[in-house]
Ligand binder design. Structure first.
Ligand SMILES: C[S@@+](CC[C@H](N)C(=O)[O-])C[C@H]1O[C@@H](n2cnc3c(N)ncnc32)[C@H](O)[C@@H]1O
Length: 187
């Protein structure tokens, strides 16, 4: 059973929130006492709404666009910030979990080094950054890998999970989940 199906037995859950839960393998109970940042949350902010409906009050999203309606803006007030992913409007080291879903894509014009660097800086010790999807065969993998190579591996651990594979002509394409954990430096 997918993670999202466990929740949907009791409550109605939006498609966007389902995708977050399944792609990042989230457990709503484990998120309750966490500070969570959703980078490039989308102006419909459905994952933020899901969190607020489930007493996950430590959620905050950032997007360059404001919420799509005034009604939504009122609902997510205090949990949605208009800002840039490559210059996050938060102090560093504030979050236990940072999610970035479908923000950097293979054709992105964003500076991947800067965006991932900002996301990493926002992690507390023991915090996790999850980025999905990374297309393994596309140039974005190379860009991400260049960022990862520069991380101090005493301070960060890096895990990859293969989430999806699809055929495009004679090519097989993989969509991977990247998890970066800030371990902190053991003295
Ligand atoms: C494809 S949507 C993904 C939305 C959501 N994360 C999801 O998975 O459903 C990409 C989002 O990234 C936001 N975005 C793109 N570039 C950005 C930037 N430079 N600063 C802030 N947000 C940005 C867009 O406004 C859009 O809402």
């Amino acid at each position: 059973m997918h993670n999202a199906e466990r929740f949907s037995q009791n409550i109605e859950i939006s498609d966007q929130a389902k995708r977050y839960i399944n792609d990042f393998e989230l457990d709503a109970e484990a998120l309750k006492d966490k500070k969570i940042l959703d980078i490039g949350c989308g102006d419909e902010a459905q994952f933020i709404e899901f969190c607020l409906e489930n007493n996950i009050d430590g959620i905050v999203g950032v997007d360059l666009r404001p919420p799509v309606s005034q009604e939504l803006a009122a609902k997510v007030k205090g949990h949605y910030v208009v800002g840039q992913v490559d210059n996050l409007p938060f102090k560093p080291e504030q979050f236990d979990m940072v999610l970035m879903r479908s923000v950097i894509n293979p054709d992105t014009e964003l500076d991947v080094n800067k965006v991932v660097g900002e996301a990493i800086s926002s992690l507390k010790v023991n915090g996790k950054l999850e980025i999905y999807p990374i297309w393994r065969e596309k140039p974005m993998f190379e860009k991400i890998n260049n960022v990862l190579k520069r991380l101090n591996n005493e301070e960060y651990s890096i895990d990859w999970q293969e989430k999806d594979a699809l055929h495009a002509g004679d090519q097989e394409l993989h969509k991977d989940l990247l998890i970066i954990t800030r371990k902190g430096i053991v003295q």
